[in-house]
Design a binder for this molecule. Structure first.
Ligand SMILES: [Zn+2]
Length: 338
């Protein structure tokens, strides 16, 4: 739980129990600390002391409520970072994150950085893996629950096409996953613009063809020269004003900015440039549940491996250390083993 800004603590709480007939109880196999967990941790986002933490996790079902039919005990399941009923209009449209009955892990709900989680709407929320998983497969599956689903959404929003050039802004876990998603969509050049030059080998493994520094004044000119005036697709994965400004400069007339970075201090959009050149800005939180089945199938087939973004693994007892390592950027993403 988050005790106070900068203080995450492991505490004993009563085991969750089935409360509603649609619930499942899931024992967590592997969880992760997300970059967005750091905002309340840093006091940059409102929280209530005692909030539970963790929205990236996978686990094994222990028990299901009377109405649960699709999910069975002993299933290894992926949990998208938001739960949803699976039956309302938004869920039927694939917009699971706008489900009026849904919510996010953590806070007053159970969090994934724990031993067990009560899952509401288990049939609508969880995706069964239905195969045995060793530690390596668990590490490949874990990023699908959030960062890889977000990277995939960036490529979809930006309408990445085979052979086309793509700019990815941000070299955090989401940006790296967006590069992987762009490669999966068979993009040609993938320019990854970030702030961590030490991640360039990793970025190349994830599909980036060109690694550029966000603070290098030559970056914009280089991309514009190489692409003869900008790219059709920009995946904005940082959520900052400077990233949005850069996206607006690097997108060519008629192009699309797909923005999946959670807006953080963004207060202006150059709407005139978008208007003048018919540039689309499509922004949105990923409805992760929509992407889990295809990403799972590709992962099980050995065609997709997002595990390189998991840079370390720690035990639940060391969760406070994991937050500090993420906060000081010694690690991209730390997996937590209960
Ligand atoms: Zn719904």
């Amino acid at each position: 739980m988050l005790e106070d800004a900068g203080r995450v603590r492991l505490v004993d709480v009563p085991d969750p129990v089935i409360e509603q007939p649609g619930d499942a109880l899931v024992r967590v196999s592997l969880a992760a600390v997300c970059g967005s967990d750091l905002w309340p941790f840093r006091g940059q986002e409102a929280f209530t002391p005692g909030d539970r933490m963790g929205h990236e996790w996978i686990g094994v079902v222990e028990e299901v409520g009377a109405d649960v039919t699709r999910i069975r005990p002993r299933d290894l399941v992926l949990a998208p970072f938001a739960f949803s009923d699976g039956s309302c209009r938004q869920c039927r449209d694939g917009l699971f994150t706008s489900c009026p009955n849904g919510g996010f892990w953590g806070g007053r709900h159970d969090g994934g950085q724990a031993e067990a989680v009560r899952v509401p709407f288990a049939d609508g929320t969880l995706v069964p893996v239905r195969t045995d998983a060793d530690a390596e497969l668990l590490r490949r599956l874990l990023p699908l629950t959030d960062v890889m689903a977000t990277g995939a959404h960036a490529a979809v929003l930006a309408d990445v096409r085979p052979g086309s050039a793509v700019v990815v802004l941000g070299d955090g876990a989401v940006g790296l996953c967006a590069a992987l998603a762009a490669r999966r969509a068979r993009a040609g050049r993938i320019f990854l613009v970030g702030r961590h030059p030490e991640r360039s080998d990793l970025a190349r493994r994830m599909g980036a063809t060109d690694i550029l520094a966000a603070d290098d004044p030559a970056t914009i000119g280089f991309i514009q020269d190489e692409t003869k005036g900008g790219v059709r697709s920009v995946a904005e994965c940082a959520g900052t004003q400077s990233a949005l400004d850069l996206a607006t400069e690097l997108v060519r007339p008629g192009g699309i900015i797909g923005s999946v970075g959670v807006p953080n201090g963004v207060d202006r959009v150059d709407l005139y440039r978008l208007f003048r050149h018919n540039i689309a800005l499509r922004a949105g939180v990923t409805p992760a549940r929509r992407y889990l089945e295809p990403l799972l199938a590709e992962t099980l087939a050995g065609q997709l491996d997002a595990s390189p973004v998991v840079s370390a693994e720690m035990s639940l007892e060391d969760v406070a250390t994991a937050y500090r390592a993420m906060d000081t950027r010694q690690a991209i993403k730390i997996a937590i083993r209960p």
